[in-house]
Design a protein around this ligand. Structure first.
Ligand SMILES: [Zn+2]
Length: 448
């Protein structure tokens, strides 16, 4: 039971109206920068908001907002209506809200369409309570969170800034820090490797790797023994005329938590060296990237009281005889991009290989005892009675990095696994009302 239990059926009907749209990014048209799906879902979201009595505005199909209250300050809630592709493996139709037992299923129910509905009902409850509103409350509905957050860049260019607020697109009890990012690519200068291919995106641990080296470079049994010592899930070594082919299977994980994965490329190259394979790039990789995930090999083993730097190699490949390996670094919230550039500068250019810095993004950090963090966390604690879980720092990025003045707050509860970005994305029915109750309290705290 929660304060919204009596309204939960109605909330689910509204959620079904949003879930029916496949709002993954599509082909841009003149007036629909992210294609038909996100624009149609935004129109529906704004319609629901209007029916509930809010002022609305559509910002050229980049995003839109629902607003209430008066005054110069704006409490912002930044949620999103776009989704990642539904993919295969569903037990129900991904674009039909389906209830089974105490959960509902559908793409976007937890990320982040449910949060749009919970936020609207929270706003309505604040409005109906009659408490004085000397500030505006504005729910932003973004259409491009999953593929670049250009929606929020557009908002920043065209609208009044948000004074403070939250994005309901992370975890409770709140996320007060998001690590900074550095993207790099390592390249070979000289290598005997004939083929190398592994990984599928730069922001996930390289889960699989295929390597071919010339025959006679290592003994099969020595290589197998070296591979067997690694945490690789499986591997095979095949020796054919003039070629040694290795297939390795690791474990994928998000780049912000590479320690949860097993890097197939990293362990394959480590085993090759151990088996006696002498190669410039293999030496360069093992020394500068390796399998430790801590950046030690390029002078970046740093940490602060909020967490360590992590380094992930996501993709390895070969182009015109040159090997490349992508590097995704998430650095501690109290560091700056320029500091990191200085720390690694003298490690990037060697005779055996090179590393290029492609770009960086500064971290986000609100002290845990700041006004914003304490107001939000206390809303969560007052409603749930959960004083055990603490707000945290994450390696991922949310809208909080795109909109000054906000942090991620909910909508997932501690320990939840709602299969976000996966088949059978779900939302416990009870949690939808609970989210609304927490957001109502959060808005009241920020209005005060
Ligand atoms: Zn999301």
């Amino acid at each position: 039971m929660n304060k919204f239990t009596a309204q939960t059926e109605e909330m689910l009907n509204q959620l079904a109206r949003l879930v029916q749209y496949n709002s993954e990014r599509g082909e841009a048209t003149e007036d629909k920068p992210f294609g038909e799906g996100p624009a149609a879902c935004l129109a529906e979201g704004l319609k629901i908001a209007e029916e509930m009595g809010f002022r609305t505005k559509n910002l050229d199909n980049y995003c839109g907002y629902a607003e209430m209250g008066e005054g110069p300050e704006i409490i912002g809630i930044a949620a999103h209506l776009d989704i990642v592709p539904a993919g295969d493996g569903w037990d129900s139709a991904p674009f039909t809200l389906t209830r089974k037992g105490d959960k509902v299923y559908g793409r976007g129910v937890s990320d982040d369409k449910g949060a749009v509905i919970a936020s609207l009902y929270a706003m309505k409850a604040v409005k109906d309570s009659g408490i004085p509103m000397h500030k505006r409350v504005r729910l932003l509905m973004g259409c491009n969170e999953e593929t670049g957050s250009r929606c929020m860049a557009y908002y920043n260019e065209h609208e009044e800034p948000i004074t403070c607020g939250f994005t309901p697109d992370g975890n409770f009890p709140g996320i007060y820090g998001e690590k900074g990012m550095l993207a790099m690519v390592a390249r070979s200068k000289n290598t005997k490797i004939l083929e190398i291919q592994g990984g599928f995106v730069s922001n996930a641990v390289c889960h699989k790797c295929h390597v071919v080296i010339p025959g006679g470079e290592v003994r099969k049994d020595a290589l197998e023994a070296a591979l067997a010592k690694t945490p690789l899930v499986s591997f095979s070594v095949e020796v054919t005329e003039g070629r040694i082919t290795i297939e390795a299977q690791g474990v994928s994980a998000h780049a912000s938590t590479p320690q949860l994965g097993v890097n197939a490329a990293g362990y394959t190259l480590q085993a090759l060296a151990e088996a006696g394979f002498k190669d410039d790039f293999v030496e360069f990789y093992n020394e500068h990237i390796g399998v430790t995930n801590d950046g030690a090999g390029i002078g970046l083993k740093v940490e602060d009281e909020f967490g360590p730097l992590t380094l992930n190699n996501g993709i390895v490949g070969m182009k015109d005889g040159q090997i490349f390996a992508t590097i995704d670094i998430r650095f501690p919230v109290t560091y700056k991009v320029d500091q990191l550039r200085m720390l690694c500068a003298r490690h990037l250019e060697e005779d055996q290989g090179s590393i290029e810095i492609l770009g960086g993004g500064e971290p986000l950090f609100f002290p845990p005892d700041s006004d914003l963090v304490t107001k939000l966390v206390s809303a969560y604690r007052d409603v749930t009675g959960d004083y055990e879980h603490e707000p945290e720092v994450i390696g991922g990025g949310t809208y909080a990095k795109s909109i000054p003045g906000i942090i991620a707050f909910g909508c997932e509860f501690p320990g939840a696994d709602n299969h976000i970005h996966d088949a059978n994305e779900s939302l416990p029915v009870e949690e939808l009302g609970l989210q609304a109750e927490i957001y109502q309290k959060a808005i009241e705290n920020l209005l005060a």
